[in-house]
Ligand binder design. Structure first.
Ligand code: PEP
Length: 259
């Protein structure tokens, strides 16, 4: 495995909150207002991103207006428009000032059968609409236990990220989320995170060369204020994708203060 790449000053630090299917619209606005009020505590070189449910994007975008908080959706459709009942096109997300779209979350892969083929189409939609993907990768528990985790993340990158143009690759954000750590209270150790983040960067560099030194790679999986500092201290960890702890403003901001 490669040597840790020194913390690259030009690499963005990002803490993104995936609200999943939580909060009513009113609760979402309340959380957004609480975060806005706490923004003075967030270091200026850390970008705070929130990904509420689609139904909250309008109200939440208004609640965070004038702050540095960036907005994300949790997914988007693989198609442009048409007879796709229940789907939300990327073009329907941009009017709310969204900057990011989370793609390939393990829950989407597991419960909604998202494959690399689907994700390639979603990626195309994201870029066509001027949005930035936060592309999630990560292995399941049995894959980690049988030592396949390196091969799994490599394939998830090769099958999707390798199809990006160099210009598209400049914008991509990767989130490494071991499935066994998501919502389970189990966290990868800081050393486990560093080991695989460095490997992910190597896999990215094999295709995109030096550009990979600038790619933000976020860690996700039961990250909280008490463990974020150790994980974020690692050379190839550039922030976090946060689930449960993103629903409590003080915890989420506490994580953002952990660099
Ligand atoms: C996630 O689902 O992206 C996640 C990291 O969840 P949690 O922080 O709750 O483990």
């Amino acid at each position: 495995m490669g040597q840790p790449s020194k913390k690259f000053k030009m690499r963005n630090k990002i803490v993104a909150g995936n609200w999943k299917m939580n909060t009513t619209p009113a609760e979402g606005v309340e959380l957004a207002i609480a975060l806005k009020a706490l923004m003075t505590e967030v270091p200026s070189d850390v970008e705070l991103v929130i990904a509420p449910p689609f139904t909250h994007l309008d109200a939440v975008s208004k609640a965070i207006a004038g702050s540095a908080i960036a907005l994300s959706s949790q997914d988007c459709a693989a198609e442009t428009a048409g007879a796709y009942t229940g789907e939300i096109a990327a073009s329907m997300i941009t009017p709310f000032g969204a900057k990011y779209v989370i793609l390939g979350h393990s829950e989407r892969r597991e419960y909604y059968g998202e494959t690399s083929a689907t994700l390639n189409n979603k990626m195309a939609q994201v870029y066509a609409n001027g949005l930035i993907p936060i592309y999630c990768i990560g292995e399941k528990l049995d894959e980690r236990e049988s030592g396949k985790h390196f091969d799994i993340v490599k394939a998830q990158i090769e099958e999707v990220v390798y199809n990006l143009t160099p210009e598209q690759f400049d914008a991509v954000v990767i989130a490494y989320e071991p499935v066994w750590a998501i919502g389970t209270g189990k966290t990868a150790s800081a050393d486990q995170a560093q080991e695989i983040h460095a490997y992910i960067r190597e896999v990215l560099a094999a295709k995109f060369g030096d550009k990979a030194a600038k790619t933000p790679i976020l860690y996700g999986g039961s990250c909280k204020p008490s463990n974020a500092q150790e994980i974020f201290s690692k050379a190839d960890v550039d922030g976090g994708l946060i689930g449960g702890a993103a629903l409590v403003a003080a915890d989420f901001v506490g994580i953002a203060k952990s660099f």
